[in-house]
Ligand binder design. Structure first.
Ligand SMILES: [Zn+2]
Length: 140
């Protein structure tokens, strides 16, 4: 906040003006030039379209897992369904978190919600896996 300094004459310039009022030099905004490449890669990986695609992909896997577990009669089918299901939850969770962090143009509470749901989904996958395998061993 406050005032910037002119790079040519050093005079104070109001934050939103494009030219120096003292010497007329063009004001170069530093914030637009300096951007860490890591942050840009991160933003590219978790761009809005990719997040939507990944979440749909994850939901498809969750749905597939439910379908397979409904029709599977043996443990192999049940485990396969569980693996697909967990993978779907994991992918969706990761991209919800990444998307919530990377898309700083979005509404603050939506981003926070995305991160919370993402963490919840991954926690669920991690806590469910040993439970499910012990549950599955009852049938063997
Ligand atoms: Zn100036």
């Amino acid at each position: 906040m406050g005032e910037d300094k002119c790079s040519k004459c050093g005079a104070d310039i109001p934050t939103d003006s494009k030219f120096c009022l003292n010497c007329g030099a063009k004001v170069v905004k530093e914030t637009q030039q300096v951007k860490e490449p890591m942050h840009q890669v991160f933003r590219f990986v978790f761009s809005k379209n990719l997040i939507i695609a990944a979440i749909l992909f994850g939901l498809l896997f969750i749905w597939l897992g439910i379908i397979i577990s409904t029709f599977s009669t043996d443990l192999t089918g049940f485990r396969a369904a569980q693996t697909i299901n967990s993978l779907g939850f994991f992918v969706t969770g990761v991209f919800l978190i990444g998307g919530g962090i990377a898309n700083d143009g979005m509404e603050k509470y939506i981003r926070l919600g995305m991160i919370v749901i993402g963490v919840y989904m991954i926690t669920m996958v991690l806590s469910l896996s040993p439970l499910v395998s012990s549950f599955g061993s009852l049938y063997t």
